[in-house]
Ligand binder design. Structure first.
Ligand code: PSU
Ligand code: MN
Length: 306
């Protein structure tokens, strides 16, 4: 199946989409830039297995040799994991040039949404999204993920946003751009490593059926834009807020001191936090992705019933 000349949908994903079966998209920047090798590859493969166990087909997304890929082989996932940060972190602005040049790219939330939508995949699971960075009132560092959520009809299931970001400004931006922020089983926006942030979500929804119904209503009325589902990290894997917030503050200060900016900021902060917490944050990160994969797969199953 090829809806456009740059898109390659894997046979398994294409068959599932054509048959109206549940499919869940997965991003690849989390593999290349979000976690170290080999945990990145182990996690990516386990996430695919969890999606299958919960009744859906996984579609890990990346750009390989200038092709937009929806559905990777384990070999391709291994390749991206080994390449790590040597792979281009590809946002919306990068797609045209990378494809024209035949290069590789790891897809962020933004580009995973774009390619999922091209391939007919409506639900996407990840760890955390980009947002409005602290200090954005002067740096203007606002992730393209927020803009994409406002224009592409894909449900993104995440564990909220990390407090490397300004969570209050991130919510304001999403409100302005008409993106519904749902708390799964919670009224409070989860902050990735912790279940609480002090900020309220727009709606609390408690079941995959209800998530699917809300998303479907938006699709049916032709509303532009996606939906952000924030799923709190399971209690047993959540981190001590004092410990993680201290690590985040240190990482943000270090990024500022080193003049880190642009697309380097988020990967720099993620790696720094992992170093400061001695790997504890990586364990939490892996578990919350598994948790999001389960919820996304169950929601995809319900969406196919509607
Ligand atoms: N936040 C995380 N883990 C990640 C990312 C963000 O906790 O891996 C990645 C995602 O791919 C996200 C991207 O789309 O970083 C956002 O980058 P930026 O802030 O440069 O838009
Ligand atoms: Mn940025």
């Amino acid at each position: 199946m090829s809806l456009n000349k740059y898109l390659d949908v894997s046979p398994e994903v294409a068959a599932a989409v054509a048959a109206g079966k549940p499919v869940v998209a997965l991003e690849s920047t989390i593999i290349s830039h979000g976690m170290p090798y080999p945990q990145n590859v182990e996690t990516a493969l386990k996430v695919e297995a969890i999606i299958r166990e919960n009744g859906a087909v996984p579609a890990t997304i990346a750009i390989l040799g200038g092709r937009l890929k929806a559905g990777l082989t384990p070999k391709e996932i291994e390749y991206l994991g080994k390449q790590g940060t040597a792979v281009h972190k590809a946002s919306r602005r990068d797609l045209a040039v990378l494809c024209a040049r035949g290069e590789d790219g790891a897809t962020t939330v933004t580009t995973t949404m774009i390619i999922a939508h091209m391939a007919g995949v409506q639900i996407f699971a990840t760890g955390g999204i980009g947002g409005v960075h602290r200090g954005a009132e002067t740096t203007m560092d606002i992730s393209a993920d927020l803009e994409e959520l406002s224009q592409t009809q894909v449900m993104v299931v995440c564990a909220g946003a990390k407090s490397i970001l300004d969570l209050g400004l991130t919510l304001e931006y999403l409100e302005t751009h008409g993106v519904p922020v749902i708390g799964y089983g919670t009224e409070e926006l989860p902050a990735f490593y912790t279940r609480k942030s002090g900020f309220a979500v727009d709606y609390r929804i408690d079941t995959p059926e209800e998530l699917a119904a809300a998303f479907k209503a938006g699709l049916d009325m032709g509303l532009k834009g996606g939906m952000l589902v924030t799923n709190p990290i399971p209690e047993e894997y959540s981190m001590d807020p004092a410990v993680i917030n201290k690590a985040i503050d240190e990482a943000v200060a270090e990024a500022k001191a080193q003049g880190i900016h642009g697309k380097e900021t988020t990967p720099f902060l993620l790696a720094k936090i992992k170093d400061i917490t001695g790997g504890d944050s990586l364990d939490s990160n892996i578990q919350l992705v598994f948790n999001n994969a389960r919820l996304a797969a169950r929601t995809a199953v319900e969406l196919c019933r509607l």
